[in-house]
Design a protein around this ligand. Structure first.
Ligand code: NAD
Length: 244
């Protein structure tokens, strides 16, 4: 499979799915701009990329801050001059609670990181891609963005919101030569799900196991490639059949 693009920006690159995608795209020869709030995690992903002979930089940024998003986009442009692939992925789960007990603070924080963060990333990266008249964006939603997720109301709302942003962006920017799709993973073994019961068949669906971050990265890499040239506005479940 050929990834003909050159530069990828990946948010949430310091751990889990974002790290696996950073390594996968770097392995395919792309220059990777790794963004994360967690400096230690981001620097470790950069070290792993370099250890494998890849090229990239780490930018510490909070995806929910407009000035930080401007900073990571500007840094990518200063260093590499273009953005071909944007993996809009950073996210948090928040504390679980039924809705009546779900705190306003918890809700605001999740919406700010997951939904506003994805919006700001789209806003600033689309400006770059619009000028280029090319680009591919993959937003990380979740199975929680397409079906109910009891006790995770704020998270589910944020991920349904990302599905809405994805469809809107795909229709607005398809004519500019930019493809925008979303992935909806089910359970994935990452720091986000550490300590959770991940082998419960009800949570995992027919394949009865969680995904590895690498299994998610394989699909992201495909969506980023020209092999997926007719995919735009697709909400791609990667959940072992959980939401089937
Ligand atoms: P993870 O916790 O391993 O990685 C998330 C990364 O995002 C971390 O490195 C964290 O530091 C970073 N991050 C958090 N808030 C940030 C902020 N404000 N600014 C910048 N970076 C920030 O989790 P993961 O499982 O790899 O999650 C990645 C994405 O996948 C998230 O959007 C998550 O909602 C989604 N997802 C995860 C699962 C799962 O089961 N793990 C399932 C469906 C969707």
């Amino acid at each position: 499979m050929s990834l003909t693009h050159d530069v990828a920006v990946i948010t949430g690159a310091g751990s889990g799915i974002g790290r696996a995608v950073s390594l996968k795209l770097a392995d395919s020869g792309m220059h990777v701009v790794m963004v994360d709030l967690d400096e230690k995690g981001g620097e470790e992903t950069l070290r792993l990329v370099k250890e494998r002979g890849g090229e990239g930089i780490f930018v510490q940024a909070n995806v929910s801050s407009n000035s930080d998003v401007e900073k990571y986009v500007a840094t990518a442009m200063d260093v590499f001059g273009r953005i071909d692939v944007f993996f809009n992925n950073a996210g948090i789960l928040g504390a679980p609670a039924r809705l009546a007990d779900y705190s306003e603070e918890n809700f605001d924080r999740i919406i700010s990181v997951n939904l506003k963060g994805a919006f700001l990333g789209l806003k600033h990266v689309l400006k770059v891609m619009e000028k280029q008249k090319s680009g591919v964006i993959i937003n990380t939603a979740s199975s929680a963005g397409v079906h109910s997720t009891p006790f995770l109301g704020g998270y589910s709302a944020s991920k349904h919101g990302i599905v809405g942003l994805t469809k809107t962006a795909a229709v607005e920017y398809g004519p500019e030569g930019i493809r925008i799709n979303a992935i909806c993973p089910g359970g994935v073994t990452t720091n986000m799900t550490k300590g959770m019961e991940m082998n419960n068949p009800e949570q995992n669906g027919p394949l009865q196991r969680p995904a590895s971050p690498e299994e998610i990265a394989n699909v992201v890499s495909f969506l980023a490639s020209n092999e997926a040239s007719y995919m735009n506005g697709s909400i791609v479940t990667i959940d072992g059949g959980l939401t089937a």
